[in-house]
Design a protein around this ligand. Sequence first.
Ligand SMILES: [Zn+2]
Length: 311
Amino acid sequence: MEVKIKVKSVCYGFGSILLVMTGCGQSIPEFDSQSAWKYLTAQCSFGPRNPGSEGYAFCREYLTSQLQTTADTVFHQPFQLANPLDGNQYQLANIIGRFAPEHTTRLLLGAHWDTRPWADRDPDPQRRSEPILGANDGASGVAVLLEIARILKENPPPIGIDIVFFDGEDMGLEGQPRTYAKGSQYFATHLPLPEPQAAIVVDMIGDRDLSIPVERNSMNQNPVLVRRLWDLAGDLNLPAFENRILPNVYDDHIPLYEIAGIKAIDIIDFEYPNRHANFWHTHQDIPANCSPASLNQVGTLLVHYIYGQYQ
Ligand SMILES: [Zn+2]
């Protein structure tokens, strides 16, 4: 993701209370933060997952097999991408899992699964050419969506859900936004599934010090969905969600809207860890700087939205 202006509590989930009842009697499954955390650390155990790396190949298999145990259908959307620095060509793939395909009302949930090939923001110039681990920038969004996939398998949702793990998000050059988000650009140009009514992208939502203001493009692209989600976060006492608007981020939600017309928003904490320090695109993007409690805030919100808002 590319930020135009460089800028970036907790609800613990325990297994003892499994269901929450809404006013209309629909039960809402509990998001299991420890399960989500395992999905984050599993991805990081493969090492950096930048295109062409060993970790990338292992993670591709892992994500595919995880979705195969939960989704109704799973498929890859392959595409080619050249590294903008050296011109090397890579065969990449968006990884897609479809849930409840019989529903015509559909929501897309997306996260990028590739990690950045360079730590170009690292304070140590000697290590800027090495790939980052991407615990937050890559693994965190995917982890929350893998846990939601597990929940969707056990609790048939009232709407159709398409989970898309976008590839090629983070091989871009700073100052050139459209060199990022290549997987979502390809997806939006060659839409491989029925067009969803809306999309929610999650990115960098594992930060231990989580704060999620409204991203400005999201407010322009789908203000109704933004207001509904941030209101719901208030009702659920999820303190990371803040009622202020901060600068534009070029992330996977932009191609979805600009190319395919999908009303997409981005849930993102782009101050990692906070406005006084930076772990983004550095070798500090590791599990120790993330937390299960942060994954829980975003996962809880999405689960309540899916199961509680479409009655
Ligand atoms: Zn990134």
